[in-house]
Design a protein around this ligand. Structure first.
Ligand code: GDP
Length: 634
């Protein structure tokens, strides 16, 4: 599931456009969400022409407009930069654009709206070229521009299909097995209790999970999950998610905190980071300045320590150590923004390099600055992991070529990664296996195996009398390529975690177990068979007596053997019959139906299907009224 966000100058028509696209007005959501969890959670979403549902981040609030936008914009897959055709690019348009660039939002569309107000096509061309000039040098430099009117709905279809197009190019959010949900809203719903919403990243959340809210470290449990209007057992990374938490009151949680699973994250009050001072910032940035840090949905008053420079001029880049008054939760690689509190102004932003530096660095320590430089570039191993996560399961050749590392560096880093078990080869074993190989980051592999095990456990729970889940059903639930599916199943079964039959897959250790009532029916049925081993109840009668699922389980367990749609024997009786028929033919050269019938003192109703079955499995061949042993092939 993908999420988009809007940006643009106030009154340029963001809310109106979203309302036109979704049929829901964001201002109305507030009242609706008070009502019922299944009615509305304040999410806007729209359905693309291809059927995909796209979440829309919309964080209403009365704070500084930019800061409000900031608390929702992290974690989106694409941005709509909205520019009113009658006004063109305005100061906030530029500031929002700078923020999208600092946060490295790489996909976006310029939406020129309110075009119904403009009759002069030349004017629209002028506004559009002005917008393009502002985009130059930013992540959105090549963003397409779509002209619309939310009022007349002109251009909305084109906007949706353009959005569909750019989202196709974005890789799904990786599952790193360490979910975090920066909270953008907290509220309470009658009958449910505390609900928080946000964009989930880096992992999945499941109903029943123990969770922690950071930095407060308060504990709770997930009572329910919802994405858009759907109730879900599991929320996927990258989706707008509402979490109903039990054990925590609304007053105990605030926007800006993060919901995580325990033991994966630590809050911090000191951060090392790379920083870009915006070119149109109003003044040089000095060491020791007090600023406001924005990351995820949180904000904190922060002292800025400049490392390696006395001050940074607008447009300059550098290294900073941030000392926060309030703790936040960040990991290496997270993006952040710094603003001056008053008069408020976006100063710049960058990338977190170290969320837990051990100490206050000396300001001009060459060693520290060198280390920052290599951290910013990323080690070859980091680059490979990042590429693997971005590509999903792929060949080692594709992963390496995405990093643009040379062969030697790549090969060394690969050795390191395989030794540390951070990268998993599902096919092939090293660089030389080229495009035939299949590799996955360990975290992605781990979460796929967990998903497989979860689906199997669910299936066993639902169908305790079946030996396994049909392969095809598992494959379609996982939505992975046939090749990935086959190698995953092979690997997991070779490691002993799962069992693989011809058409089914099961958790190893799964056993078919009858409950007391079923066991009684089985005993009765087996006794019936024992008293007339060669004229047992018909299959239909067995099913009526013990139940279809139980009879199917007896086949799976090898207790019964089926010879036709109507006839089955206990497996032991079947073996006796086959043995005696074989012996008879070996002695006499052949056997007729009547002879076989007399051999077992039974009727044609049983013998005919049995003989046909023996022909079908290739033991015998028919010759007129007789059967002979099929000659073993030379
Ligand atoms: P926001 O502050 O960016 O969310 O802007 P709004 O969506 O609240 O719109 C601001 C004003 O512009 C409202 O009065 C809207 O009715 C008007 N508006 C929005 N979209 C259009 C449009 O496509 N055509 C016209 N004529 N007016 C629009």
């Amino acid at each position: 599931m993908r999420v988009i966000g809007t940006a643009g100058h106030v009154d340029h028509g963001k809310s109106t456009l979203i309302a036109a696209l979704t049929g829901t007005h964001p201002d109305r959501l507030k009242e609706e969400r008070e009502r019922e969890m299944t009615i509305d959670l304040g999410f806007g979403w729209l359905t693309l022409p291809g059927g995909e549902e796209i979440g829309i981040v919309d964080v209403p609030g009365h704070r500084d407009f930019i800061e409000n936008m900031l608390s929702g914009i992290g974690g989106i897959d694409a941005a709509l930069l909205i520019v009113a055709a009658d006004e063109g690019v305005m100061p906030q348009t530029r500031e929002h654009l700078a923020i999208l660039d600092l946060l490295q939002i790489e996909k976006g569309i310029v939406v020129l709206t309110k075009t119904d107000l403009i009759q002069d096509a030349g004017w629209l061309d002028l506004v559009e070229s002005d917008v393009h000039a502002s985009l130059k040098g930013t992540t959105l430099q090549y963003a397409p521009c779509v002209r619309v009117s939310a009022r007349t709905r002109q251009g909305l279809d084109a906007l949706l299909s353009t959005l569909d197009g750019i989202l196709q190019e974005t890789a799904p959010r990786p599952d790193l097995g360490r979910p975090r949900l920066p909270i953008d809203r907290v509220f309470s719903i009658a009958g449910y209790g505390t609900v928080v919403t946000g964009t989930l990243t880096d992992g999945r959340l499941k109903t029943g999970d123990e969770v922690q809210v950071l930095p407060s470290r308060k504990q709770g449990r997930i009572r329910g999950l919802q994405t858009h209007k759907q109730k879900e057992e599991t929320a996927q990374p990258g989706s707008r998610t509402a979490v109903n938490i039990s054990g925590l009151a609304v007053e105990e949680i605030s926007r800006g905190e993060v919901v995580v699973t325990p033991n994966h994250y630590l809050a911090t009050r000191r951060i090392d980071a790379f920083f870009r001072h915006l070119p149109d910032a109003s003044a040089p940035l000095k060491h020791g300045t007090e600023v406001k840090l924005f990351t995820g949905t949180s904000e904190a008053i922060t002292k800025l320590r400049l490392l390696g420079a006395e001050s940074l001029n607008p447009g300059e880049k550098g290294w900073v150590q941030l000392e926060l008054r309030e703790p936040v939760v960040v990991v290496r690689g997270d993006r952040y923004i710094l603003r001056r509190p008053s008069p408020s102004e976006t100063l710049g932003g960058g990338i977190v390099l170290d969320p837990h530096p051990k100490s206050r660095h000396k300001r001009f320590d060459e060693m520290v600055l060198k280390r920052f430089e290599s951290m910013l570039a990323g080690s070859p191993a980091d680059l490979l992991i990042q590429a693997s996560l971005a590509l999903g399961p792929a060949s080692i050749k594709d992963v390496v070529s995405r990093t643009q590392l040379d062969a030697e560096a790549a090969s060394q880093a690969l050795d390191e990664l395989t030794a540390e078990k951070r990268l998993v080869f599902l096919a092939g074993s090293d660089l030389s296996s080229g495009s035939d190989s299949l590799v996955m980051a360990a975290s992605a592999y781990e979460s796929l195996s967990v998903k497989i095990e979860e689906l199997l456990r669910q299936y066993h729970k639902q169908f305790p009398l079946r030996r396994g889940m049909p392969r095809e059903e598992l494959k379609s639930k996982l939505q992975v390529s046939p090749r990935l599916f086959n190698v995953m199943i092979k690997k997991l079964s070779s490691e002993g975690g799962i069992l693989e039959g011809g058409t089914w897959v099961a958790m190893s250790g799964h056993e078919i177990r009858f409950d007391a009532r079923q066991q009684a029916a089985v005993n009765k049925l087996m006794n019936q068979c024992a008293s007339n081993p060669f004229s047992p109840p018909t299959l239909k009668e067995m099913q009526t007596a013990a139940g279809e699922e139980v009879v199917a389980a007896l086949f799976d367990l090898g207790e019964l053997a089926q010879v036709s749609p109507e006839v089955a024997f206990r497996k032991s009786d079947y073996d006796v019959m086959v043995g005696r028929i074989r012996a008879h033919i070996e002695q006499q050269g052949q056997i007729s139906v009547a002879e076989a019938r007399d051999l077992f003192n039974t009727s044609r109703k049983y013998i005919l299907p049995l003989m046909e079955h023996l022909d079908a499995i290739g033991l015998t061949v028919r010759d007129g009224d007789f059967r002979r042993l099929k000659k073993a092939r030379a």
